[in-house]
Design a binder for this molecule. Sequence first.
Ligand code: ADP
Length: 402
Amino acid sequence: MSATVLVINSGSSSIKYQLINPATGDSLASGLVERIGEDEGHLVHKFGDVRVEESDSILDHGAGLRRVVELCAEVGPDLNASGVIAVGHRVVQGGALFDRAVRVTEDVRDAIASLIPLAPLHNAPNLRGIEVGQEVLPDIPHVAVFDTAFFQHLPKKAANYALERVVARKYGIRRYGAHGTSHQYVSQRVTELTGREDVKQVVLHLGNGASASAVASGSAMDTSMGLTPLEGLVMGTRTGDIDPATVFHLVRVAGMSVEQIDDLFNKRSGLKGLTGHNDMREVRGMANAGDVGARESLDIYVHRLRKYVGAYAAVMDGIDALTFTAGIGENDPYLRADVCEGLSFLGLEIDPELNAARSSEERVISTPDSKVTVYVVPTNEELEIARQSVALLSSPEAANAV
Ligand code: ADP
């Protein structure tokens, strides 16, 4: 019986889970519990050819996870027989406290709670997922894997803002980054694919949230998300980079509150704010149908991406590899072509046929002569969480807390 890990990503009203064999990367079962706490909740559980869908009220996260464990007993996979050696939890914000995965203890839970002000929308439900996970599956070790850990040792010149030191230190204001689990997984794959430990690479994670990272010899040199995931690229609903004085201006001239501006920048901007749709497929459909606003919005999206790739090439004195990942990066050849078109100064050239070919596999889409190898690498954050959980439990640090 090979070891498996149950990976849990707990959101404010949802629990996403997957049972993974970290050695093979196989997903044995997966599912999603949604609309927790609403009148009618929703649950989908998949195991091989079996697909169970239920619509019923799900009182809270505990009830949701208990139902998942029941379903595993009813339709499979039998968790007792699946060799579950760890439950790996995704935690968005590890602040300056965590630079790697840790086994969950009371101290670790307290530390995650102390970081809630930095990521209120994420850390609070992540912690809830850990608490109910430990209640429902008390005999299995629980591991917290932090989305910020990969960026914890950014060079200081990249991590620090030019903010008055006393204030920055007192309030922990620095670049923590996010999506680190994905950037770590993808950059590691690229290192393996190139066969070069010293590869200088840029990874573009383009999903609903979007971020770029600069990675040299396996270490993160810079990343586009900052104190929070708001900074950087244009995203589905977030502004990305914007002059911070916009906040003062909106307070002064529009009389907006901090909460309203938070909502505006995080939930009503980005592609959604520009076009009315946060989904790239919709935006591209509008642009293809001749919508000028949608075309302009894509231009803004692509312009920001090119700026980051160029900046990161400067940060690392050139790049050897550029990789696209996540929903848009993996599936939108037009976007990849648009970004790469403006990067010929790097000696980067994509092969239009390789770029256009539909595939869900890792692949090279640049020409053999291109000075920068361009990859599409499907991200797999769940597998990375499973692997880190197993690596931690088989290391002497397993018992360490904060
Ligand atoms: P999340 O950040 O929620 O995990 P995903 O990585 O699943 O997001 O990416 C979602 C984004 O991927 C959406 O904007 C969606 O429109 C986009 N996407 C998915 N398939 C395609 C496609 N074939 N062409 C363009 N965009 C796509």
